[in-house]
Design a protein around this ligand. Structure first.
Ligand code: VG1
Ligand code: CO
Length: 543
């Protein structure tokens, strides 16, 4: 077995986005493409000789091939050991858990999350640091700049490693340990939640469905929900991970999780429904005929956190991404703890959690998590909800309505315009930035503009500054319209419009969100000139 140094040419498009490098599979299959990016990671992270790395992915098409390449390159780049999930599988939160538990140098996670998988669909790769969290912008910038001048990479000439059997093998001088992908994660969940109470709840006439969407969380949910918590077999649906997720979008929202939505809005619906995404870090929470918005879910978990054993000592603070609704801010205020507002993407929460400033974090994009790992965590959120339901013995809907009655309701919706011509999408953003001066102080229907800006964030821990994180139009009553370009798409540009209106009056809390936000939506379309500039009458997805 010998180490080969392969001469290569840089690719110009290896800039990591919101969560790593995401491209269509055929892009990754180009000669040297994956290798260049992996070498750029290794060249940028300064791992000591003999360091341990974690490798795993969501099992989508190209996962296995990519893992073999990464293992051979890790061996040629001086790593001493790699922990890899059996079959190359690790959910994103499980990878974060393993990186932390075994105090490794970091990990490489292969996923394009909620994007479809298959030979013509999406693939992705990212590096997580020793805290278990996505590399900070400083590191991803270093990787990108390395990728622009890379001239060669190192790889071991060796046969493929057997990944389907637990145990240890060697690859050159490097050890490869194939680990159970579920065990460490399941143990962590048992340490945080009251499994006895949840078991008792599931034994009564409480019924639940978890939709794994043919994605990575199937084996995790079956082990935890059906085996350890004793829910009847069949409570976990679409539980076998498939390379193409059964041809669907493994995205837990009301549009794509249609199997679950039909059941939860049908006759004789179960009491609780939940789903997670391709790599297991997102979650959607449903009650009987009832949808909990992700922003509300974060606020509710915060308000009820002490009901779960792992959080009984209370929360240090809460963090939410800027476009996420301010529902959590109201809970933080009542609890007298700080609430941080960060740019979109989980990488911005890591420093706050490492510094002990926050315990819970969340994003409007169906992401919630805590400092138990450094990624958002889909199944964790589901178990947290089950723990709360087991203690409060109320329906999901009544818990949410009580919460609104106490804190007020933040009506919320997001409109996504996918695969737009990049120029048109950029045009909308430029036009908005040019409009700031004219908008400030202006009355628009029943709203009046207080300020407009382009969100900029200074990390309170390391002082790093992230600019241009989204255009905000803030109204005097706390309502907001936010415009952002997605950093995870692989086709043209995706424009997201986030809408939020606060309603203190309980008599209006029963309204449908689209109804309550109608005027704001009209304003958002008008001032952005979105329809004229993009030619799109309607969004691709509304969440
Ligand atoms: C989207 C979401 C963001 C999330 C990111 C990664 O990013 O909006 O909140 O952190 O996906 O989630 P963007 O840049 O497309 O808006 V995942 O589950 O795709 O790793
Ligand atoms: Co995901």
């Amino acid at each position: 077995m010998s180490i080969r140094t392969v001469v290569t040419q840089p690719f110009s498009d290896q800039k990591p986005g919101t969560s790593g490098l995401r491209k269509k599979v055929p892009v990754f299959q180009q000669t040297h493409y994956l290798e260049n990016f992996v070498q750029s990671i290794f060249d940028s992270i300064a791992a000591p000789q003999g360091a341990t790395l974690v490798v795993g992915g969501d099992g989508r098409y190209y996962n296995r091939e990519a893992i073999q390449t990464i293992l051979k390159m890790a061996a040629a780049n001086g790593f001493g050991e790699v922990l890899v999930g059996r079959g190359g599988i690790l959910s994103t939160p499980a990878a974060s858990c393993v990186i932390r538990k075994y105090q490794t140098f970091g990990g490489i996670i292969l996923s394009a999350s909620h994007n479809p998988g298959g030979p013509e669909e999406d693939f992705g790769i990212k590096f997580n640091s020793s805290n278990g969290g996505p590399a900070t912008e400083t590191v991803t910038e270093a990787i990108f700049s390395r990728s622009k001048n890379i001239a060669s990479y190192r790889i071991l000439d060796a046969a493929d490693v057997a990944l389907d059997k637990l145990g240890e093998t060697t690859l050159g001088a490097m050890k490869v340990k194939v680990i159970d992908p579920v065990n460490d994660y399941a143990e962590l969940m048992e340490s945080l939640f009251d499994f006895d109470s949840i078991r008792a709840l599931l034994k009564n006439d409480f019924r639940m469905r978890f939709d794994a969407m043919h994605a990575v969380n199937g084996p995790y949910a079956k082990e935890i929900i059906e085996r350890r918590l004793g829910a009847p077999v069949g409570s976990v649906m679409n539980g076998v991970p498939l390379e193409d997720f059964g041809g669907g979008h493994p995205d837990p929202n009301l549009t794509y999780a249609h199997d679950l939505v039909e059941i939860m809005y049908g006759d004789d619906a179960p009491d609780f429904g939940a789903a997670s995404d391709g790599d297991g870090d997102r979650n959607m929470i449903l009650g009987k005929h009832f949808f909990v918005t992700p922003s509300d879910s974060l606020a509710l978990l915060a308000a009820n956190a002490t009901l779960a054993p792992g959080y009984k000592q209370g929360l240090a603070g809460i963090a939410r991404s800027m476009p996420t609704s301010a529902a959590a801010d109201r809970v933080a205020k009542a609890l007298n703890i700080p609430c941080y507002e960060t740019p979109t993407g989980w990488k911005f929460f890591g420093n706050l959690m490492d510094a002990g400033k926050v315990t819970l974090c969340g994003e409007e994009s169906f992401g919630t998590g805590s400092d138990h790992v450094r990624e958002k965590d889909g199944l964790w959120a589901v178990l947290f909800w089950l723990n709360i339901l087991a203690v409060r013995k109320q329906s999901v809907e009544s818990i949410v309505r009580e919460h609104w009655a106490k804190f007020g309701r933040n009506f919320y919706s997001r409109y996504d315009y996918e695969a737009l011509p990049t120029e048109a999408a950029n045009g909308v953003m430029l036009h908005l930035r040019d409009s700031f001066a004219g908008l400030t102080g202006k009355a628009l229907g029943r709203y009046s503009v207080q300020t407009c800006d382009d969100f900029s964030y200074t990390d309170p821990v390391d002082g790093s500054v992230s600019k241009s994180q989204g255009v905000r139009i803030l109204f005097s009553d706390g309502s907001r319209i936010i415009y952002r370009l997605s950093g995870t798409g692989t086709e043209g540009a995706t424009l997201r419009v986030y809408l939020e209106a606060y309603e203190a009056d309980a008599a209006r809390h029963h309204l449908d969100a689209q109804e309550a936000l109608k005027e704001l939506i009209g304003i958002a379309l008008e001032i952005s000139e979105l329809v004229q500039r993009t030619g799109r009458e309607r969004p691709t997805v509304i969440t």
